[in-house]
Structure formats: structure tokens, C-alpha cells
Design a binder for this molecule. Structure first.
Ligand SMILES: CC(C)(COP(=O)(O)OP(=O)(O)OC[C@H]1O[C@@H](n2cnc3c(N)ncnc32)[C@H](O)[C@@H]1OP(=O)(O)O)[C@@H](O)C(=O)NCCC(=O)NCCS
Length: 149
């Protein structure tokens, strides 16, 4: 199977959206967010394509971080469609993202995943990512003041 890694193009947004939908079964329209993401210079979406189909995707965002005195990045999403897993497509996508990061002089690339996501952790460890602590999440504007006090 021949797989190409390239930037997500506007004509493939619908296919990319299906991949998000397959992973995160919430029925949320993502077309606009994807379109905005590919137009921004501080955001890169790479897709793995075979015969015109999108079979994997990685989204990386770049930001200036005074703490690291330079540009850092965050990998927001990495996913390979289920039938295509374990065929090095995740590896190719991550390689592509890390090459982009190196090209623009990123100081540190961050990525997080659930503690039980063995496949993702193995992949990141293979690329010499180091464990950097637990992940916290919150929804701003929905804080219960009693819990914050
Ligand atoms: C994580 C994910 C992207 C890996 O993609 P992939 O194309 O299957 O990965 P690769 O074939 O490139 O695997 C590279 C290495 O990762 C590790 N790995 C990948 N899948 C694994 C699994 N199911 N179990 C154990 N190790 C695994 C292995 O070390 C593998 O190397 P090997 O095949 O030589 O042993 C894929 O499983 C996926 O899309 N999962 C759902 C989405 C997700 O969890 N994303 C990451 C969190 S945001």
C-alpha cells in the first residue's frame, strides 16, 4: 500500500472530519474548525492518504512560550483509522510533525494521552518522548466556586 503524508487540503476536509467522528463519537460539526486550522500559520494538519482516502491525521499547533524562550508545540490529535493501524502510518505522521517542528526550531513538543492508551504511549516512547506528568483538564466558565475556594 502506498501512503502519502501531506498537508490537509480544503477538498479533503470532509474526509478528515469523518476520522475525528470515528474516533470521538460526539456528533459535533468540525468543518469550520478544520478550515480555520489549515488557514492558520500556527497550526499544521498532516494527513496520511492512500488512493485519495484519508486514513490518518496529526494536528500540531505552535506557540511562543516565554518559559522555554522560544516556540513550543502541542500535538492535539493523532489518529489512524482502525483497519490501517500497526502499519507504521502513525509513525509516518509523527515523523512528519516532528520534522515540521524541527524545521521551525521548536524547543519542545508536547503531547498527552490517557494513561491507559498503551498504543499511543508505546509510539511516543519509541520517539523518545519522556513522561512529563499527569494531564489535567477543566471547562472554564463552569467552575463550581465552592470547589475552587
Ligand atoms: C496510537 C496510534 C495513532 C498508532 O498508530 P499506528 O499507525 O497503529 O502506529 P504504528 O504502526 O506506526 O506503530 C508504531 C509503534 O507504536 C507502538 N504501537 C502502536 N500500536 C500499538 C498497539 N496496539 N499495542 C502496542 N504497541 C503499539 C509499537 O511500538 C509500534 O511499533 P511496532 O509495530 O514496530 O511494534 C493508533 O493506535 C490510533 O490511531 N489510536 C487511536 C487514537 C489515539 O489513541 N491517538 C493517540 C492519542 S491522542
Amino acid at each position: 500500500m502506498s501512503v502519502t503524508i501531506r498537508k490537509l487540503s480544503p477538498d479533503k476536509i470532509e474526509l478528515a472530519e469523518q476520522l475525528y467522528q470515528e474516533y470521538m463519537k460526539l456528533n459535533v460539526p468540525r468543518e469550520q474548525a478544520l478550515r480555520q486550522s489549515i488557514e492558520r500559520e500556527d497550526s499544521e494538519i498532516l494527513v496520511a492518504e492512500t488512493q485519495g482516502r484519508v486514513i490518518g491525521l496529526i494536528h500540531q499547533v505552535f506557540y511562543i512560550d516565554p518559559l522555554h524562550a522560544g516556540v513550543c508545540s502541542n500535538i492535539l490529535f493523532l489518529c489512524v483509522r482502525e483497519p490501517f493501524r500497526r502499519q507504521r502510518i502513525g509513525t509516518l505522521l509523527l515523523e512528519g510533525a516532528l520534522n515540521s517542528a524541527a524545521r521551525i526550531g521548536v524547543r519542545e513538543v508536547h503531547v498527552s494521552t490517557r494513561a491507559d492508551n498503551f498504543a499511543a504511549m508505546k509510539l511516543y516512547e519509541k520517539f523518545k518522548f519522556e513522561h512529563a506528568g499527569p494531564l489535567f483538564e477543566c471547562t472554564p466558565g463552569k467552575l463550581d466556586e465552592q470547589h475552587v475556594a
